[in-house]
Ligand binder design. Structure first.
Ligand code: GCU
Length: 626
């Protein structure tokens, strides 16, 4: 039997070899036994929870962020994470900070639009919040974070429970062993500093809003719980409206082995299935519905889907539909479709800042409906889950994307691991959303072999993760050849649908150059995923006067002439629904820190371009589904 000093000697040696260092870096808890689970609870917005949204105290750290990182980059657990209080009137000198008397920020929300001194701040902001909690026996509790930009480190009662990288996808950290009855506190350090090997990398055309930008809550589940499920219409080799009543998928019960009973009930379809988990806690199924109304923009049918297992229960709302490619056509439930859409950033209408409220989402969808859009490209990162929920209900189809925007460190294996993690999180959160028809792995990346190998692999991973949706990417590598615009980017081979970004009439050439422009494109469905021009709302002039509403509308008019001639065109998404903040857009009086390619100003003011696109979509005047 090893003596204690013997054990300590081993630990020190392990430390030297870095094995335990990694584990400690991961969550600093290996030395304390049970490693808290960091997961992503599917359908978490359908679970009862204790919301921690509201006012959180905050402290700002300037580089080198000494309370978060040691000089060797490792994370400190003995800085602000301890949430100590200064001895003011008596007692020895101690740490000079105090969350309890610090100002507050609203969560969810970015810090940039809440505290004027933080408007352009990129760095570390510490958040702290006290909460009362009564742990229940035989349950596990997770801290759910909808999103935090960019890197976040989470402590509950001084115990580090998890960390996460990526500003636009959710994560759930197990807090069970850190919680105690009565008053508890959570401290979260969020670091929005940009780094070369981040995703996106250091340079991107949107504002680096930092903070706890989406909902935060406590979710309690039984010891064995449903953490992931997939319920979708079985993808038959060919689609037939009459036969398409088979639902398939899986339910995963975390913490359970083989033999755990699982029920799947879908009222209104006659589905009431008794399933059993395998050794991995997974219950796969294929069940026939007696009756099934498929989801489409015209009839966005959603069904309550009730899943129970091991004392856990979750009821989601899911639509069932079939989306596939047939040659150069996109078929929804067997019918050819044309996508009349627009790009949208997660910039809150009227108030600016990150979209994070029901109100924000309601406003955006009001604009989409007013535009007669049936499709929206959520640029360039996964948006708040409210967007997908609303799209499911309102029958708007979605292009969802991970932020591999232009230059990414494609030659770095750990960057691939990050991209893969973001892809997995995006697909896991939204795989049951009927509105999401396209997963995009990147935007405007340089056409070279290292990038193509990286993204082809990522596209393959997306297809393995979800074989029921279409894989795409926005390419801007088209070039003039023999008088034609040729897109011969090898990445297109890995895609089901090809996105094309071009700015003829704004960044290149004159608006009218589009009229006679001939495109040579892959024999696949093509979506022109970006085109447009900048205009300041209310700035008027001749239609060839740049920055005017007239010129912007003129560019789009010529674009629609050009696009209407492209046989494999199956969708259009002008850049962009609303003006949005971007640090590189600094022409005073015209841009003032905003990208002005919106069809609407950031205040929701309609530019002439909005009315033009509205009319084109009302008359279905551009493109053909077949
Ligand atoms: C690019 C890019 C967008 C950007 C737009 C623009 O194509 O994908 O993110 O905002 O062009 O320059 O306005």
């Amino acid at each position: 039997m090893e003596t204690l000093s013997g054990v300590l000697a081993i630990v020190r040696r392990e430390f030297r070899t870095g094995l335990l260092v990694f584990a400690c870096l991961c969550c600093g808890l290996a030395a304390h036994g049970q490693q808290p689970l960091r997961t992503l609870l599917v359908g978490v917005d359908r679970r009862p929870d204790v919301s921690l949204d509201g006012d959180w105290h905050y402290l700002v750290e300037q580089p080198p962020f000494g309370n978060l990182y040691r000089s060797d980059g490792r994370v400190r657990d003995d800085g602000y994470a301890r949430n100590t209080h200064p001895n003011i009137s008596s007692g020895p000198h101690n740490a000079e900070y105090d969350f309890a008397t610090a100002p507050t920020l609203k969560v969810p929300g970015d810090w940039n639009t809440q505290d004027p001194t933080l408007f352009r701040f990129e760095g570390v902001v510490w958040y702290e919040r006290d909460f009362d909690f009564q742990p229940r026996a035989n349950t596990r509790t997770f801290l759910h974070i909808g999103a935090a930009n960019y890197r976040s480190f989470v402590w509950v009662n001084q115990k580090r429970i998890c960390e996460h990288e990526g500003g636009f996808t959710p994560f759930d950290c197990e807090a069970t062993s850190a919680l105690h009855p009565g008053s508890n506190f959570v401290v979260i350090a969020v670091d929005s500093t940009r780094h070369e090997d981040d995703i996106p990398s250091v340079n991107y055309d949107w504002f680096d809003y930092g903070g706890l930008t989406r909902d935060v809550s406590l979710v309690t589940v039984p010891m064995q719980f449903i953490d992931d499920y997939d319920v979708h219409l079985k993808r038959e080799p060919s689609f037939s409206a009459v036969d398409s009543k088979t639902l398939t998928g899986y339910i995963h019960v975390e913490g359970s082995g083989a033999g755990t009973p699982v029920t799947l009930r879908i009222p209104g379809t006659g589905v009431d299935a008794q399933l059993t988990t395998d050794a991995e806690g997974r219950a796969e199924f294929e069940v026939k519905a007696a009756k099934l109304n498929l989801w489409s923009p015209e009839s966005p049918n959603l069904y309550p889907v009730e899943v129970t297992a091991a004392g856990d229960r979750i009821t989601d709302e899911i639509g069932f539909r079939d989306i596939r490619v047939d040659g150069t056509r996109i078929l929804l439930n067997g019918n050819p479709i044309f996508l009349e859409g627009v790009n949208a950033h997660a910039e809150a209408p009227y108030r600016t800042g990150r979209v994070c409220t029901d109100e924000d989402v309601k406003n955006i969808f009001a604009f989409l409906k007013d535009l007669h859009a049936n499709f929206v490209r959520l640029a360039h990162y996964p948006h708040d889950e409210r967007m997908e929920r609303m799209a499911d209900r309102q029958g708007i189809m979605i292009w969802s994307e991970i932020p591999l925007w232009q230059r990414i460190s494609f030659d770095k294996p750990d960057v691939y691991a990050k991209a893969s993690a973001m892809l997995n999180e995006m697909i896991r959160r939204d795989r049951n959303k009927a509105s999401v028809i396209l997963w995009s792995v990147s935007n405007e990346t340089p056409n070279n072999p290292v990038r193509t190998e990286f993204l082809t692999r990522l596209a393959g991973e997306a297809r393995r993760l979800d074989g029921t949706r279409l894989i795409t990417s926005a390419l801007n590598s088209a070039h003039m050849k023999d008088g034609a615009m040729v897109l011969d980017d090898p990445l297109a081979d890995a895609l089901d649908v090809v996105g094309v970004n071009e700015y003829v009439g704004w960044y290149v050439g004159r608006p009218e150059d589009a009229d006679n422009m001939h495109w040579v494109l892959p024999q696949k469905p093509v979506i022109f995923s970006e085109f447009g021009a900048e205009a300041k709302f209310g700035n008027h002039g001749a239609k060839d006067k740049r920055w005017t509403e007239e010129q912007q509308a003129n560019v789009l008019e010529h674009q629609f002439v050009m696009l209407g001639k492209i046989p494999q065109l199956r969708g259009v998404t002008p850049w962009v629904l609303m003006d949005f903040r971007s640090p590189g857009r600094n022409i005073p009086g015209l841009q003032d820190g905003f990208n002005r390619k919106g069809l609407l100003s950031e205040k929701g003011e309609k530019k002439q371009a909005f009315r033009l696109v509205q009319k084109v979509y009302a008359e279905h005047a551009v493109g053909k589904a077949d």
